[in-house]
Design a protein around this ligand. Structure first.
Ligand code: SF4
Length: 357
């Protein structure tokens, strides 16, 4: 599987701590595509072929003009075996998804879109410094359906302000029937962001934890009653539309990350990443760290942790430590897995930390 990092954005959202440049100058983007093609040539043997999934993330991949996006896709076909490609996703912002752009994406072989809607309330969108309006978001998803995309995911952020009812986030009823996947993220305040400054100065007041948990449950119930099922702490899909690419991350499948800021993983204990300054970072996890990572990832999925994966010397200890979580209803023993319940997913990271070796 391949991840392509596109490090450009039209503007910076207040909450964003990802590496991205507010830039789309032609020469800069051309230079980025040239470097990406060189990296493909140099690193094409680091991944087992054929490639099953490709994910363009950012940044804002849909900022790329079609010509430059086409050069990247051609490069992928040149350097990798994509003959058995199952899923190729583009992260997109609604304002970029014109009918012409969408038709061309389809022609290039993209079969999944992840649209950064975040909210359907114009006031909230302005507060987050998003460029699109709620109407544009709805129109973009409708246009994507019209262009023949069946596999459309949207992102929503909750916990931005108090929410009286599910309708407070906007006409969510109109979007639910035309999407197949949704990612729900609780707003977090990352150091160094505009949001951290606004919160520090008291210009933005975020809801307390109880309200955030209430919103998690309200959104969960809404999507579950509209034909979606939760398969990871932040992700819901209609049957058969779970993200194949992200599911492979959670199964610790090896992946190759291309572009500045992209991470790669060999499926065992070795990780490497591109730094934006052109240098490369690497780490080899200890056996304990690799297991802890696996534990944390597994407890964030509804499938959970397979009993067969428990390290031999740790089995007894882990079975014992799981008992209180089973007793309080956060973990259920299902199909030979320790599977977190809806409530348990809210505590996945805490539970994992308590179980670390
Ligand atoms: S569009 Fe995405 S990557 Fe770009 S600033 Fe906003 S949240 Fe960050």
């Amino acid at each position: 599987m391949i991840y392509v990092h596109v490090p450009f954005c039209h503007r910076k959202c207040t909450y964003c701590a990802f590496f991205s440049k507010v830039e789309s100058a032609r020469w800069r983007v051309d230079g980025y595509v040239d470097a990406l093609l060189r990296e493909m040539e140099e690193r094409c043997n680091e991944q087992a072929h054929p490639i099953k999934t490709v994910y363009f993330g950012g940044g804002t991949p849909s900022i790329l003009p079609l010509g430059q996006l086409g050069r990247i896709v051609e490069g992928l076909h040149r350097w990798f075996d994509l003959s058995r490609l199952e899923e190729m996703t583009l992260e997109a912002n609604p304002e970029d998804l014109t009918p012409e752009y969408l038709a061309e994406l389809k022609r290039m072989g993209f079969n999944r879109l992840s649209v950064g809607i975040q909210s359907l309330d114009d006031r909230v969108l302005r507060m987050l410094n998003r460029r699109h309006t709620a109407r544009q978001a709805l129109m973009a998803v409708e246009a994507a359906r019209g262009a023949g995309f069946e596999n459309i995911s949207v992102d929503f952020i909750y916990g931005i302000e108090s929410m009286e009812s599910i309708e407070s986030i906007g006409p969510i009823d109109s979007i639910a029937p035309i999407i197949s996947h949704v990612s729900l993220y609780a707003l977090t305040v990352e150091a160094g962001t505009a949001l951290a400054v606004q919160v520090g100065q008291g210009r933005v007041v975020l809801p307390d934890e109880d309200e955030v948990v209430r919103q998690y449950h309200a959104l969960h119930d809404f999507f579950e009653s509209h034909g979606f099922h939760q398969y990871e702490v932040s992700n819901y899909a209609r049957a058969g539309f779970e993200s194949r690419h992200n599911s492979r991350y959670w199964n610790r499948t090896p992946y190759l990350g291309l572009g500045p800021g992209a991470h790669s993983f060999d499926g065992g204990r070795h990780r490497r990443w591109n730094n934006p300054d052109g240098t490369i970072g690497e780490e080899t996890l200890t056996e304990a760290d690799a297991w802890n990572e696996q534990l944390m990832t597994a407890l964030r999925t509804t499938r959970g942790l397979p009993l067969s994966a428990l390290p031999v010397g740790q089995k007894e200890r882990l079975h014992r430590l799981m008992q209180p979580y089973i007793a309080c209803g956060w973990i259920a023993l299902k199909d030979n897995h320790y599977a977190p319940t809806t409530e348990g997913l809210l505590h996945a990271d805490g539970m994992a930390a308590a179980l670390f070796v």
